[in-house]
Ligand binder design. Structure first.
Ligand SMILES: C[S@@+](CC[C@H](N)C(=O)[O-])C[C@H]1O[C@@H](n2cnc3c(N)ncnc32)[C@H](O)[C@@H]1O
Length: 309
């Protein structure tokens, strides 16, 4: 589910993390269904945001070495200081992000949700000095590594925020203030019983629609065919979005047809996908280590692009 090495994976609980007592809220389960301790005081420990289960199991908040140093030296300027609400990745609903004050200019704002180790957002910020970028992530080592990359590239057009994405979208960002939202390889939660923890679902689309300016673009990618179909359905069902590539890449051209034929992550079948709606690979999306692993495992990559009405 994650591209992180086992030693630093969000699924690798620190030895000191205490298991919740039966009196505490029920800990979220991992994809294999096992209950593992989560970071006390974190939103994952809380388990929900409003009535929604959170889409992450957050662990491994400790930093070491260069990551710790980068965080100590640069988080003041590069990490948005967010007033918290119910937990340490929660955003107080009264807090509103002021991009102009933060970046010292007015520029199109691109928001990457689940930015991982920061490869995509840092690359894009280098390539697009005329745009500002906000990386939204809950995973502390990933944020620290992103900060290291921002510093190494001497960029002043990227900020990170440690926060649960639905809260960033529902209250923290002003309505209509964003030109693009990116969600690349969201955690798949591929077992049917865990599908409800997927981030991109019908309740998520209105949050993205809220922050996007009219004509703004929502780009997504996934390497799970059932998630790809779910994302396509979410876009079609939303009155706020049109699928920029509606009807494109059907039959043999469809990545879904390819996934079905290979049976790599779904039941093998020769039923062609005649619906299509898949985007070409977004050329601003670099190959991350996560996607690289997906390729090596023979997985099919799905890109989708929706435009805000
Ligand atoms: C599978 S990784 C993909 C990382 C990166 N986009 C890439 O392509 O390499 C998914 C990331 O989403 C983050 N994530 C999951 N749910 C989140 C949430 N509700 N808010 C912010 N980040 C979240 C996870 O911590 C993880 O780093």
């Amino acid at each position: 589910m994650s591209e992180f090495p086992a030693s630093e994976s969000p699924a690798a609980a620190p030895a000191s993390a205490a298991a919740p007592s039966p009196a505490e809220p029920r800990a979220p389960r991992t994809e294999d269904g096992s209950a593992r301790p989560v970071t006390p005081g974190s939103q994952a420990a809380e388990g929900t945001y409003r009535t929604q289960p959170v889409s992450f199991v957050r662990r491994g908040t400790r930093l070491q070495g260069r990551r710790q140093q980068a965080w100590n030296e640069h988080s003041d300027t590069l990490a948005v200081d967010v007033p918290r609400h119910i937990a340490d990745t929660s955003v107080h609903p009264d807090y509103v992000f002021d991009a102009e004050a933060e970046f010292g200019r007015v520029a199109p704002l691109v928001v990457e949700i689940g930015s991982g180790l920061g490869d995509a957002v840092v690359h894009a910020a280098k390539e697009n000095p005329d745009k500002d970028f906000l990386a939204v992530e809950v995973y502390t080592p990933g944020l620290a590594q992103t900060i290291q990359k921002i510093v190494a590239a001497q960029l002043n057009n990227v900020r990170v925020v440690q926060a649960n994405a639905p809260e960033v979208l529902s209250t923290m960002l002003p309505a209509g203030s964003v030109s693009q939202v990116w969600v690349f390889f969201p955690d798949p939660w591929h077992k049917t019983k865990h599908n409800k923890r997927r981030m991109v679902k019908d309740t998520f689309a209105p949050l993205v629609a809220r922050v996007l300016a009219p004509g703004g673009v929502w780009r997504l990618a996934t390497d799970w065919s059932t998630y790809a179909e779910q994302i396509r359905d979410v876009g079609v069902a939303s009155e706020d979005f049109v699928n920029v590539h509606d009807g494109e890449r059907t039959g043999a051209q469809s990545p879904l047809t390819k996934a079905r034929l290979s049976g790599v992550d779904c039941e093998q079948s020769d039923e062609p996908d005649m619906v299509g709606g898949w985007a070409p690979r977004f050329d601003g999306r670099i190959l991350t280590s996560f996607e690289n692993k997906a390729h090596k495992a023979g997985r099919v990559i799905f890109d989708l692009t929706f435009r805000r009405n």
